[in-house]
Design a protein around this ligand. Structure first.
Ligand code: FES
Length: 345
């Protein structure tokens, strides 16, 4: 599922993250509920109205959550109330790093699924229609719920698609390297990287892609680039970057999201894509076990919830397909073959 976030000025979450000295154990269902709630709050189509919240108070949050995520029982109301007390009302919509710091029960995939990438209406996206250097942030989740991933169509200053070559990526933390296979699609220009900063876990819009038109030294929020990040990118011949506003980590999307500037010491892991040239559809098909795992994971196969998208009447995962299958084939073929998931979300 693709999510789109517009660039906008955002709060810095670092204080919340750094103040989390101890992990808090919460119920897995509450964790998933909180993550869904925050996604809705950040989505431009369902954005949380802070003015309304100031007028109506907590009741507005409850109404909003019921409308956009699901029914609230007294226990869940109490959980939301506790969340407000814990992080402050105006930080709720920027609280993903804090939510990620909580510690729900983990579940595991047996192996990486093939997953067709679809838009918010459930239709497969067509690779040749992904805008080049899009200033909107295109995200999908893979391989588990909450594992948000950038989908980027890389291009030059004139927005012509440009191939992203395969490369070896250095992990500064260990000195080891791993292979990045390069871009896919009609111009080999489409790449996918984890959108969770490898430093302390900030997520979009704090971490975002800076297309060539916004990539200049200085600039203003949300496109401010510190001089050291700009210099590092110039040296690497990167005309666009991924930069995290929380503490300044910068990644090179032209070279496997390698580290350009710290404080991160780990590149953003990539999601391997497959482009079916006969349909123009894109599939997420796996992650490299030699790359650093997604932030706060010990393995990319670990998570707190399976992806949404199950059809409850058939039990078939709607968007988990095999190479060459169309969406409609899922119901007739895949459910008889088993799949890599161990259950629904
Ligand atoms: S979370 Fe610290 S730089 Fe991104």
């Amino acid at each position: 599922m693709i999510y789109e976030l517009s660039f906008y000025i955002c709060k810095n979450n670092s204080k919340h993250v750094e103040s989390m000295k101890d992990k808090v154990i919460i119920k897995r269902e509450d964790f998933i509920f909180a993550k869904k709630l925050i996604w809705k709050m950040r989505n431009k189509n369902t954005r949380f109205d802070t003015k309304e919240f100031m007028t109506k108070g907590r009741e507005y949050l409850y109404e909003y959550a019921e409308k956009n995520v699901g029914p609230l029982n007294p226990e869940r109301r109490a959980f939301l109330k506790g969340l407000l007390i814990g992080i402050g009302v105006f930080a709720v919509a920027s609280a993903v790093p804090l939510i990620n710091s909580l510690n729900p029960q983990e579940i595991y995939l047996k192996s990486f699924p093939w997953m067709i990438i679809v838009d918010s209406n459930g239709n497969p996206i067509e690779a040749s229609k992904i805008p080049v250097n899009d200033p909107e942030i295109l995200l999908f989740e893979y391989p588990m719920l909450g594992d948000i991933t950038f989908l980027l169509n890389m291009g030059d200053e004139n927005n012509n698609p440009v191939a992203v070559p395969p490369t070896e990526v250095l992990i500064p933390e260990t000195g080891k390297t791993y292979h990045f296979p390069g871009g896919v699609g009609p111009y080999n220009s489409i790449v996918a990287y984890s959108a969770i900063c490898q430093h302390l876990g900030c997520v979009p819009p704090e971490i975002h892609f800076y297309p060539p038109q916004y990539f200049k030294v200085g600039g203003s929020t949300p496109n401010y680039i510190p001089p050291d990040a700009y210099q590092a990118a110039m040296q690497a011949k990167a005309i666009s970057v991924i930069h995290c506003d929380c503490h300044g980590s910068t990644y090179d999307p032209w070279h496997g999201a390698a580290v350009l500037t710290g404080p991160t010491v780990r590149p953003l892991p990539y999601v391997e894509l497959y482009w079916d040239s006969s349909t123009d559809y894109l599939y997420a098909i796996g992650m490299n076990p030699n790359a650093p795992p997604i932030m706060d994971h010990t393995s990319d196969l670990e998570g707190v919830a399976y992806l949404d998208g199950y059809d409850e009447s058939t039990g078939c995962p709607k968007f988990l397909l095999k190479k060459g299958q169309g969406v409609t084939n899922c119901y007739t073929t895949l459910q008889n073959e088993g799949n890599t998931f161990e259950g629904g979300s």
